[in-house]
Design a protein around this ligand. Sequence first.
Ligand code: GRF
Length: 253
Amino acid sequence: MATHHKTLKLLAYSPDSSDVDSQLTRHQAGLKQLAAVLISGRGSNMAALVAASRDPAYPVEFALTLSNRAQAPGLALAASLGVPTAVVEHRKFDGDRAAHEAAIDAALVAAGIQIVCFAGYMRLLTPFLIERWAGRMLNIHPSLLPAFPGLDTHARALAAGVRLHGCTVHLVTQTMDEGPILAQAAVPVLPGDTAETLAARVLAQEHVIYPLALRLFASRQAGIVPPDHAALLNPLPPEAARHNPLPPGAALP
Ligand code: GRF
């Protein structure tokens, strides 16, 4: 991993009750809101978010990529995209989750962060961080929630024999992979799919819906989907059309 990351100095944690006010003020002043992406690995969703934020009209700017793993490849990717990086290694906290999260929170506050985007961050959160950033934390999950929360979603979707799989952007709440849904995209499960081919098809849609959901959320246009409603953006990939016997616009039987 490259050693030239701009690493943020961690300041002491100082709760700032004006966080929400400052988000609103920046929004009203037409300034971009400052966001962080939290990663543990590859960082392809982080890169998709950063790419979208290059549009002057996009309401969010990425001021930080933070990882709990120093060797996460996404850190070098973020640095190559000009996004400041920080590492708060959970290993150094000897299992003290509260202290680890306080250090993460301090890094977010020090960078002036207003919105937190989880993208492949592989640590369970405690109520502290979730409460502290309630309503301002988004996550992307590789399934059509509420189906397949947790890990190994693609293999589990194949084993269950589903015909439709996908991804979900949701707000983070106390129960893992269960917050209010902001956007979903569906992809077909095709004959001969492996967990890898299915994951790749889903990932392409993750890179579409995460920037879209964040844009809608930050510009206050996101509708939160009630749990009993579907919210499919459904940007089907071209190969899906070949498996659809109906001509475009045909009424369903
Ligand atoms: C994505 O599939 C995301 O949905 C899941 O972890 C993966 C992270 O991939 N939470 P990347 O690091 O964004 O490439």
